[in-house]
Design a protein around this ligand. Structure first.
Ligand code: ADP
Length: 567
């Protein structure tokens, strides 16, 4: 059996050079073929065998057209060799048939060597350089580069935004553009309950009507998604899209061992997704999973921060309230003790005078004791009012709110105070309004209010009249009781002070009229506690005063309460 590669068959004249050429023939990565004068193959090197996938036994004696991928390979072969015979050489890019491909691009050259008259010798030498492989390597490396670029763009997209929605939208777009696919949808589990996947980002070149359900229950709509979640592996499905079949890959998004969502990538050219190896998709889904995890953390932190801020604000508010309450309490204590000390000092003073025996006679002693008694009564009134106010402010006064007939209540108050009016020779009128008018109040507390306000009117009026009237505006949810007098009145600028604790219109008032300066404060607190209000009007000193008390009318709702309307 003849071996075409045996050195004796192509014996060179100088053995050393021949040996080197044989080694080159054996080891060259370029395919080398030797042809005899009859244009049939004498020998082919291992690179040629690898390239064509044919054995040396088949190649030996075969003609070139045997593996030319052309329409008329025999004619092409004749043309090639004719050209070589004529010009000594030929080189062209063409397709050859190999065991794995019908047409694989190569660069082929054939050179004329030896002498035509030597029948056994080599007449032509051919070289074959595989171009397909070259191109495949180029394609592969540029594809890898594109994938890396896409991945790094994704890293930038998922790392740069603090807005989760914008970030996932950008990620979907980067995937579509970077991987040159047709659509990408990113679904993430909703925080509440983790039952539903919600569309968090999408980018698509497809017709807008073609999209995955924005809200997919994994157990119902898309089996591919369900499988990806269950198996934690990529799931490839084929989807009928118009008249073509698209490839859809679902990849679970994992973060800290948890499935946090699914990325679905669709390509109309199915092989595009097949060429992107699963490693790349794994990297993409890892990147997205981490991004979603970061979003969750960010959302949790933001929410936590908002809660903390709200709590802080609440606390600050509370601290401020406490501070104010504390200051008021201290002020109240200081003023109260001062106010209590005044009558107490008077009592001590008068009693000391009596005990020291400074009185000339019994009548003088009697007078001093009467002063002491008046101071003691004033002290008692003060203490009662202070306790009353403290209880109201602490919210310890329960209001027993019921429907109370206003006319009856006003008559009772009038009957009680009429004596005072008569004593001072004042006219005292009551217009108690319609008989059926009822107010929703605590009867005892409203009586206390009226006694105080009407009592004040009588106290501060020495001439003229005190008049009580009832106004029931049609449809209004409240009733107005006005107490008008022709007494000392009050300066407009001092009017507001009347509702301050222990404040009387002026310091001489106590001396002239007695009183604690707490009456109106208690009145206002009581009215507000029942959903009512009070306002005071006076045109000035000596011009009398009108107090208007507003209370809820029976049969009205809370929202209509007068405190909202009366000032
Ligand atoms: P007091 O217990 O001292 O009467 P009030 O709070 O009831 O305390 O009243 C505070 C002050 O308001 C009174 O001292 C007085 O100066 C003024 N005042 C109250 N009612 C009238 C009125 N009808 N006319 C004039 N001044 C009034």
């Amino acid at each position: 059996m003849s071996n075409p590669l045996h050195p004796t068959k192509i014996a060179p004249r100088q053995p050393a050079t021949g040996e080197a050429l044989v080694q080159h023939f054996e080891r060259s990565p370029v395919g080398l073929i030797l042809f005899g004068p009859d244009r049939s193959i004498v020998a082919a090197n291992p690179a040629t065998l690898e390239l064509t996938g044919l054995s040396s036994a088949i190649l030996h004696g075969a003609k070139l057209h045997r593996f030319l991928a052309a329409e008329a390979p025999e004619r092409l072969e004749a043309r090639i060799f004719d050209e070589v015979d004529e010009t000594g050489r030929w080189m062209e890019q063409m397709d050859v048939r190999t065991s794995i491909a019908d047409a694989s691009p190569v660069m082929m050259s054939i050179t004329l060597v030896g002498r035509a008259e030597h029948p056994a010798a080599v007449r032509y030498v051919g070289t074959i350089i595989e171009l397909g492989q070259q191109r495949w390597i180029e394609n592969e490396s540029s594809r890898r580069a594109a994938e890396l670029a896409a991945l790094s763009a994704l890293t930038v997209a998922t790392g740069s935004s603090h807005d989760p929605a914008a970030m996932l939208r950008a990620a979907a777009q980067v995937i579509v553009e970077g991987l040159e696919v047709d659509a990408c949808w990113i679904h993430r589990y909703e925080e509440s309950g983790r039952k539903e996947l919600a569309l968090a980002g999408a980018s698509s070149y497809l017709h807008p009507t073609l999209h995955l359900s924005p809200r997919m229950k994994p157990d119902a709509v898309n089996p591919g998604v369900l499988r990806a979640i269950e198996t934690r592996e990529q799931v490839i499905t084929s989807e009928l899209l118009d008249r073509s079949i698209a490839t859809l890959v679902h990849a679970p998004l994992l973060a800290a061992g948890d499935v946090v969502g699914v990325v679905s990538i669709l390509s109309v050219e199915g092989e595009k997704l097949a060429t992107h190896n699963s490693e790349l998709l794994r990297a993409v889904s890892y990147q997205l999973g981490t991004a979603i995890q970061n979003i969750r953390l960010l959302e949790a932190i933001t929410e936590h921060q908002a809660q903390l801020e709200a709590k802080n604000e609440e606390l600050e508010h509370l601290v401020e309230e406490l501070r104010v309450a504390d200051r008021l309490k201290s002020e109240f204590l200081a003023t109260t003790s001062h106010e209590l000390r005044t009558p107490l000092n008077s009592i001590i003073g008068f009693m000391s005078l009596v005990l020291d025996g400074v009185c000339k006679n019994e009548a003088e002693q009697q007078e001093l004791l009467e002063h002491a008694l008046r101071s003691a009564k004033h002290l008692l009134e003060l203490i009662n009012n202070v306790l009353d106010l403290a209880r109201i402010e602490a919210g310890r006064v329960p209001f027993d709110i019921r429907d109370v007939p206003l006319q009856r209540l006003l008559r009772e108050v009038g009957d009680t105070l009429e004596v005072q009016a008569r004593d001072k020779d004042l006219e005292f009128w009551i217009s108690p309004g319609p008989a059926d008018i009822q107010v929703r109040v605590d009867e005892v507390r409203l009586r206390q209010v009226l006694m105080n306000v009407v009592g004040n009117a009588l106290k501060f009026t020495s001439r003229g009249h005190v008049a009580i009237a009832v106004d029931t505006p049609v449809g209004a949810p409240f009733v107005e009781i006005t107490v008008e007098d022709t007494g000392v009145g009050i300066d407009p600028e001092r009017r507001e002070r009347l509702f301050k604790k222990f404040s009387q219109a002026d310091a001489s008032t106590t001396r002239r009229f007695g009183g604690s300066g707490l009456g109106l404060v208690i009145v206002r607190e009581l009215l507000e506690g029942m959903g009512g209000a009070i306002r005071i009007e006076s045109e000035g000193e000596g011009k009398g005063m009108t107090a208007t008390i507003t209370v809820p009318r029976s049969g009205m709702t809370d929202e209509d309460s007068p405190s909202a309307t009366a000032g």
